[in-house]
Write a protein that binds this ligand. Structure first.
Ligand code: HEC
Length: 489
């Protein structure tokens, strides 16, 4: 006698599936441990899961074709297909839970994926019950359609979440034609991994290190699960960890347990992350974590302020770090007026754009009588390098430089200035280079520049400044190189 899916059968099927799913839901913890054989079965989840999906989609196609009256497939066939779908769904869920136990999956995505799987499987059993019921309300087609709609959404979303967990974001769009990418959006996995777009306001920890920990470590060292009593998901968890050995010794990667554990040979049983159950750390991930510890394991250092050795810079560039702009280059300076530039050039002033695409200017007044014209004043925002070597600039004219806020290099060598007016420029916030070679500056007047903490190079050769004056200056500006033309011994 052929199998007929009666309402009675459907009811028992629904009860059996519900009981089983509840037992499985509460009985198998995704964070728990199971024997290897189960884990092996778990690894087959990505293959097994396609069977219930295909079967359910088949049933849906049957229903739609029947509705359109293109074919006539007996209701019983559709119901049998759905019974197959519900039971193979349970099997896929079991495998999924054992796979989850092997670790390394982001907790939130995993949870949603799990809900979709359980949901689609129970819906399948509910549908069979509704379809075989002759109850006035239950057999209404609207209920059935609702179930189908929900099921379709859950299968699509659940499948996508599953794909993301196994292959990472962007797996589908990577080779897709342009129009598909336009619809789905193209995440660039390299460029999205770290937050490098605003190095001036993002810390090394938030932008680079934390994303590595979240992606590669926090499935076992996160909010839910803290293997070895270690959490790597927040600053607090990292800085308050207490173990037998110090987790991080700032500046000393070789003494930090964190670095020791990730630097062990892959086959070593203490190697982190564990060989089989987690996403491995790439070479560059490990290098970045080491660099962070080496540089003091700070949670505050901004990417723009961090010391970036060439190899680290290369790694970060590959992840989309642009040129790091500091000092005047980080400012938004308006474009200079080109007629002013042309007029000054006509007078013999040499003017150049400091760098391609920048609005900053380098100006040289060598041999030009009275360089300080109203035209130059109008370029005060843009002039960054000013070379007044050998010009007729006077102490009085020098006071005007206070209104050139972006000067980084100022050359006053071989001019008649005495330095008495240097106090006027002590407010320049970016000045790095000051050349006073061959001027009349003295021990007293040179002290006017001590407030300019940005100075890194000062030239005092052939001036009246004595070694005592230099010593005073050096004490006030320890970072600056002071060149007096005398070799230090
Ligand atoms: C699949 C799970 C898993 C992942 C992923 C994982 N770990 Fe672990 N980790 C463990 C377990 C289990 C322990 C405790 C047993 C041990 O010390 O080996 C541990 C211990 C540690 C310890 C020692 C803590 C202490 O004080 O004893 C460090 C350090 C560590 N892990 C770092 C990491 C880092 C860094 C990552 C990411 C790159 C990572 N782990 C990823 C499972 C994991």
């Amino acid at each position: 006698m052929p199998l007929m899916i009666s309402n009675r059968f459907a009811k028992w099927n629904l009860i059996a599936i519900s009981v089983l799913l509840s037992v499985v839901y509460f009985g198998i913890e995704t964070a728990g441990q199971s024997p290897d054989l189960f884990r092996f079965f778990g690894r087959l989840h990505p293959i097994i899961v396609h069977f219930p999906i295909a079967v359910i989609v088949c049933a849906l196609i049957f229903v739609v074709l029947n509705k359109m009256r293109w074919v006539s497939i007996p209701d019983n066939v559709v119901n049998i297909t759905l019974v197959l779908g519900s039971w193979s769904g349970v099997k896929a869920i079991l495998a999924g839970l054992w796979l989850a136990q092997t670790g390394g999956y982001p907790a939130e995505t995993l949870f949603l994926h799990k809900v979709m799987g359980f949901g689609a499987t129970s819906l399948c059993a509910i549908l069979i019950y509704l379809r075989t019921s002759d109850h006035r309300i239950l057999s209404k087609p609207v209920l059935g359609r609702l179930c189908w709609a929900l099921m379709t959404i859950w299968l699509v979303v659940g499948g996508d979440l599953g794909g993301r967990m196994t292959h990472g974001k962007g797996f589908i769009t990577q080779y897709a034609p342009g129009f598909v990418v336009a619809v789905l959006g193209q995440p660039n996995p390299m460029k999205e991994r770290f937050d490098l777009s605003t190095p001036g306001t993002t810390t090394v920890f938030d932008g680079i290190i934390s994303p590595i920990f979240v992606e590669k470590c926090s499935s076992c060292h996160g909010g839910e699960r803290q293997e070895g009593k270690l959490g790597l998901h927040t600053m607090e968890a990292i800085s308050t960890h207490e173990g037998d050995e110090p987790l991080i010794v700032a500046g000393r990667p070789e003494e930090s347990l964190l670095i020791k554990r990730i630097s062990l040979p892959e086959g070593h049983e203490d190697h982190m992350p564990p060989l089989f159950n987690a996403k491995p750390l790439s070479f560059s991930d490990a290098e970045l974590i080491k660099w962070w510890v080496e540089e003091g394991a700070s949670f505050e250092t901004l990417i723009a302020d961090a010391n970036l050795p060439a190899d680290i810079y290369t790694i970060l560039q590959a992840y989309g770090l642009g040129e790091i702009r500091t000092g005047v280059f980080a400012l938004d300076i308006p474009a200079p007026d080109s007629t002013l530039i042309a007029n000054l050039r006509a007078k013999g002033v040499l003017i150049d754009i400091l760098a391609e695409g920048e609005n900053l200017l380098s100006v040289t007044c060598k041999g030009v009588a009275s360089c300080f014209t109203a035209e130059l004043d109008s370029l005060a925002q843009q002039v960054t390098w000013l070379d007044l070597r050998g010009s007729d600039v006077t102490d009085v004219a020098l006071t005007k430089l206070a209104s050139f806020p972006h000067l980084t290099r100022l050359n006053l060598s071989n001019t008649g200035i005495t330095g008495d007016s240097l106090a006027a420029i002590s407010s320049l916030a970016f000045l790095e280079y000051l050349n006073l070679y061959g001027t009349k500056v003295s021990d007293a007047s040179i002290q006017h520049i001590t407030p300019i903490k940005t100075l890194t190079a000062i030239y005092l050769w052939q001036t009246a400044v004595t070694p005592e004056g230099v010593a005073l200056l050096k004490a006030a500006l320890p970072e600056a190189e002071i060149d007096t033309g005398v070799l230090e011994n």
